[in-house]
Design a protein around this ligand. Structure first.
Ligand SMILES: [Zn+2]
Length: 412
């Protein structure tokens, strides 16, 4: 079998998809279920149909594009990633795994290979938490990690529920039907940019993921007391933003205090109400994103944050409500998938690193229902979720080649 990746064609498709965006180039913004996202999905579905794949979409908008194998009833071998993008993001996050996965399938088709198990490209819906506050909604539902009822009620910033938004976008099926049976996939492999600097530093163009870090996120609301910036004297203040400022530093400290480089915590949203120059902030909403490769250590940091909240509540006479949005366990990648990827790298003489994924991906959830692995390629300086995110075409093509060979082996 002689496999050839059409590097130029793949790169042109990445550029074409990047042009379907709500941001000025080179930035990409594609928030789930916006007209732009729907246009990108339609574009993607057309590319899959052109490759002769059978396309279906489920009730949350996951797109499945299947190349039927000789034994179509046997569990499929899956690959894929996402095409939604946070505001002001880059071209490669998720997209490399979707268009790279499609090109891997087309390369196998061109080579004359005939799979025994079907090979399926999966474009996950709502990987980014931008709209509904929780990441990987599509794969959480596919794996049964999140119930259909809980998912349906999630709201966006405008107060619209997942159920309202998806139905308006034309996804009217029953969310209960999204969950896949355990035997649906024989194996799953996701190609993705590293979103960190290690591969570039090691001058190595491939990374085989051993484990995926455990993410958790919180939404915290701090209620104080507002008033006139001139009229309310300092001893009488219950300034919600000052309390939030203390809490944010306590969150940073909770991550630093574990002493482990793998513990990371971020407050990326801070909404101040009423947000006027001469008005004491009465209410502040923040989000907390905390991750670790070790679940117990991550949970310890979350307890430290809870302790800090109680101290700040007592000291500043504010109330602090914390809502846990998710606290997921880490995942180990499947040995057989890792071995397949490593064998393919070795056959070509491609050096690779074995590594931890500190970002989480749909693969974290698919790993609950199928043997799953991830293949990383470098991105410049580790930059991701920003417009200057960049992956070299030759690295993308190399990743697609190793992916194609692994899919072929797994589908025999
Ligand atoms: Zn991604």
């Amino acid at each position: 079998m002689k496999l050839e990746i059409d590097q130029r064609g793949l790169n042109a498709e990445i550029e074409a998809l990047a042009a379907i965006s709500d941001a000025e180039p080179p930035a990409v913004t594609r928030i789930v279920f916006t007209p732009t996202d729907l246009k990108a999905r339609a574009w993607m579905a057309t590319r899959c149909e052109e490759a002769g794949l059978a396309v279906r979409q489920d009730a949350i908008g996951n797109i499945f594009a299947r190349w039927n194998g000789a034994d179509p009833a046997a569990p499929a071998v899956g690959t894929g990633s996402h095409i939604d993008a946070i505001p002001n993001a880059g071209k490669y996050d998720g997209v490399v795994g979707v268009l790279g996965g499609l090109e891997a399938i087309r390369a196998l088709q061109r080579s004359g290979f005939r799979p025994k198990h079907s090979i399926e490209l999966l474009v996950f819906a709502t990987e980014e938490p931008t709209r509904f506050g929780i990441g990987c909604l599509g794969s959480r539902l596919l794996s049964g990690t999140l119930s259909a009822d809980a998912a349906a009620k999630l709201k966006d910033r405008d107060g619209e529920t997942v159920d309202e938004v998806r139905r308006r976008s034309g996804f009217n099926g029953d969310l209960q039907d999204v969950k896949l049976p355990k035997s649906y996939y024989k194996a799953f492999v996701e190609l993705h940019i590293e979103q960190g600097p290690l591969l570039e530093k090691a001058k190595t163009s491939l990374g085989i993921v051993k484990s995926i870090a455990a993410p958790a996120s919180l939404r915290i609301s701090i209620e104080g007391s507002g008033g006139h910036a001139g009229g309310v004297l300092m001893p009488d203040r219950k300034d919600a933003l000052c309390a939030a400022a203390e809490l944010i530093l306590a969150i940073e400290n909770a991550a630093r205090a574990t002493g482990a480089a793998d513990t990371v915590a971020t407050v990326g949203v801070c909404d101040v109400f009423p947000g006027a120059v001469n008005s004491i902030p009465s209410r502040v909403g923040i989000t907390v994103d905390i991750r670790d490769t070790d679940k117990a250590r991550r949970d310890g940091a979350m307890q430290a944050i809870e302790g800090a909240s109680q101290e700040i509540t007592a000291k500043r006479h504010v109330s602090i409500q914390s809502e846990l949005l998710n606290a997921d366990a880490p995942a180990d990648c499947a040995p057989e998938v890792r071995r397949g990827l490593a064998d393919s790298c070795r056959e070509h003489g491609f050096p690779f690193l074995e590594m931890v994924s500190r970002a989480y991906h749909d693969s974290l959830f698919i790993s609950r229902i199928a043997p799953t692995g991830m293949l990383f390629i470098p991105c410049r300086k580790g930059y991701s979720h920003r417009p200057d995110e960049y992956a070299a075409p030759e690295d993308i093509a190399r990743g697609a080649l190793v992916l194609a060979e692994s899919l072929a082996k797994l589908s025999e």
